[in-house]
Design a protein around this ligand. Structure first.
Ligand SMILES: C[S@@+](CC[C@H](N)C(=O)[O-])C[C@H]1O[C@@H](n2cnc3c(N)ncnc32)[C@H](O)[C@@H]1O
Length: 205
């Protein structure tokens, strides 16, 4: 599988919860850039250990719902343990699935969030088809990933990273309407998009 060597291994998962990460990628700062409101449904695709899923679940209140989706069952086990060990909100459902086949219901989500995973995804076109399928009309897609113009560590090698402008151009060429990329934290950018047009699908004649 193309990009299979880019998928973060479970052995590296401890890096996601290093205390210093709170300094260089504060969850509150990221959340302030997302279209969150009480009661919405969010798919956190490539959730890892739930660094974002947990604060998002709090932000959308108990009326809202987070689907924490990850390819690797072991990542979801780490998140499950974290949910048990902390006073985490109960509105998080763990889902094993991939960005191009999440198994979530069609038109079930208001926001799909992919944090630090786009550069690991092998099939971008398939992932966009899937995000379009699971999003409600008027739903949003947010892609956060690593900047290409800053040195590492932390993060993946520079040659694995995808320039923010390239991500945006790709999305626009696939009919998404995107804001200009915004730098966030010390090493990241975020691209926020909506499906172009008001209606996702023409009515069946
Ligand atoms: C670098 S971690 C980021 C985790 C989390 N989003 C964060 O920022 O803390 C990437 C996660 O995406 C998952 N992943 C990689 N490729 C994926 C795919 N195609 N579909 C779903 N999850 C994927 C990996 O298993 C890993 O848990």
């Amino acid at each position: 599988m193309e990009n299979a060597d880019r998928v973060m291994s479970v052995a590296e998962a401890h890096r996601l919860d290093k205390p210093e990460r709170l300094q260089w990628l504060p969850p509150d700062l990221v959340l302030s850039l997302l279209p969150l409101r009480a009661g919405i449904t969010v798919a956190d695709v490539g959730t890892g250990t739930g660094y974002f899923a947990i604060p998002i679940a709090r932000a959308i209140s108990c009326d809202g719902k987070v689907f924490a989706v990850d390819l690797q069952r072991e990542m979801l086990s780490l998140l499950a343990n974290k949910l048990i060990a902390t006073d985490a909100p109960s509105n998080i459902s763990l889902v094993q699935g991939s960005a191009d086949a999440t198994s979530l219901d069609s038109e079930s989500c208001d926001l799909a969030f992919l944090a630090n995973v786009w550069h690991e995804v092998p099939d971008h076109a398939g992932a966009l088809r899937e995000m379009n399928r699971i999003l409600k009309a008027g739903g949003s897609l947010a892609i956060l990933d690593w900047r290409t113009d800053v040195e590492h560590p932390p993060g993946p090698p520079l040659e694995h990273r995808i320039h923010a402008g390239e991500v945006r151009r790709y999305l626009v060429s696939h009919d998404w309407s995107c804001d200009p990329p915004t730098p966030v934290g010390r090493y990241s950018y975020i691209v926020l998009c909506r499906r172009a047009g008001t209606f996702k699908r023409p009515p069946v004649a």
